[in-house]
Design a protein around this ligand. Structure first.
Ligand code: SAH
Ligand code: SF4
Length: 379
């Protein structure tokens, strides 16, 4: 905080950021100052349980040590460029990272729960044809500090420190913002570990969901090492169509993807895999598509989340009619599989799934697809 005797030195950037360090890294850092393990535990508690951003607030640490820490370290937060609130209460933050890149984080309040949708990359290397992020030139992976930093920032903004034991506003964290989390495995894993730490941010692994377009080897690894809930962006039950919508399907086709899902640890009726299915008019929304979906998911504890397509400037698809989405959902439910229809949230602030895109680089979708401006009709 500015002011006080321990205010940040002018060249704040030369100080090492403690944000994003794992517990063990923090212990090593304190050892390098000649401090013992309990010092790292104290600091971990101040950062991740109490949410403080200045060493002067760490009142159980001696003043001289606090001053020394403040000279050596900082506790960073992503810089908030804009904070928008939708008429429905959804919030969206545009964040600027230390290198000037930008990402978005979204908070979706619902009765009895509040979901924070976090980004894992600036842009995405994949090019799903219905996704706005996919039109963005690839930029870079987020660090663990930048991923966990989004949760910390949202806790700051919603006044949720120290970590509440119950009655939370942010009850769930979903890695469903910009980027493919499993292409940034190590940093995502480190951030998930910070979110799960019971003495820190303290989110149960059942309240953290990782959404992936289907990176099969990393799904298996995540099952062994992270044990979070899984959401699969399936969107089509036939390879020919999925190749077009989610091009990474050419590398890991539906059969291999679903085999990894079947093997995901500790699945049960209470712990199901969510299959996301974007409803694209006339593309993947027929009764036959619904039946095909049921057929391929046979035997996997699943729930299906139907997402009405969220259009963006230059997108080539249309949203399925509400009646069509209802009927599709009915076919699934009649077969005894849970199907929910995602209500569009935050549409007035473009906060919905697939609409996130950093301001860093905006290139029109037609350029990305290598077309010229005239030939975009149809699709
Ligand atoms: N890369 C990961 C997570 C981010 S995308 C993934 O693909 O799963 C989060 C979800 O939004 C995915 O299910 C994605 O397919 C979906 N999505 C992308 N663009 C969309 C759009 N325009 N309308 C509706 N859903 C979209
Ligand atoms: Fe990337 Fe997911 Fe968008 Fe596909 S849907 S381009 S994987 S962010």
């Amino acid at each position: 905080m500015p002011g006080g005797p321990m205010a940040a030195p002018a060249d704040a950037e030369s100080r090492k950021d403690l944000m994003g360090l794992t517990r063990d890294e923090l212990v090593r850092e304190m050892e390098s100052l000649g401090e013992k393990r309990f010092r790292a535990d104290q600091i971990f508690n101040w950062i991740y349980f109490r949410g403080v951003t200045g060493f002067e607030d760490m009142t159980d640490i001696s003043k001289p040590l606090r001053a020394r820490l403040a000279e050596t370290y900082r506790i960073g937060r992503p810089e908030i460029v804009t904070a928008q609130v939708s008429a429905d209460g959804t919030r969206k933050w545009l964040l600027r990272l230390s290198d000037g890149n930008e990402v978005e984080t979204v908070f979706i309040p619902e009765p009895g729960r509040g979901t924070l949708c976090v980004s894992s990359q600036v842009g995405c290397t994949l090019t799903c044809s219905f996704c706005h992020t996919g039109t963005q030139a690839w930029v870079r992976n987020l660090t663990a500090a930048e991923i966990a930093g989004q949760v910390m920032m949202a806790r700051d903004e919603l006044g949720e420190w120290p970590t509440p034991s119950d009655d939370r506003r942010i009850t769930n964290v979903v890695l469903m913002g910009m980027g493919e989390p499993l292409f940034n495995y190590d940093h995502v894993k480190a951030a998930v570990d910070l979110c799960k730490d019971e003495k820190g941010l303290n989110f149960s692994r059942r309240r953290i969901t990782l959404s992936t377009s289907g990176i099969v080897p990393e799904i298996r690894r995540a099952g062994a090492e992270m044990q979070v809930m899984l959401a699969i962006s399936l969107h089509a039950a036939r390879d020919a169509l999925r190749d077009e919508l989610v091009p990474v399907n050419r590398r890991w086709p539906i059969r291999e993807l679903l085999a990894a899902c079947r093997d995901y640890p500790s699945l049960s009726n209470a712990r199901r895999i969510t299959f996301e299915y974007v409803m694209l008019k006339g593309v993947n929304d027929s009764d036959a598509d619904a039946r095909e979906l049921l057929r391929v998911l046979e035997g996997i504890p699943s729930k299906i989340n139907l997402i009405p397509f969220n259009p963006w400037p230059g997108s080539r698809y249309e949203t399925s009619d509400p009646g069509r989405v209802q009927r599709f959902g009915e076919i699934i439910r009649n077969a005894g599989i849970m199907a929910t229809i995602r209500r569009p949230r935050g549409s007035d602030i473009a906060a919905a799934c697939g609409q996130l895109k950093s301001q860093s680089e905006r290139i029109p979708a037609y350029k990305r697809r290598g077309e010229t401006k005239g030939d975009r009709a149809g699709a």
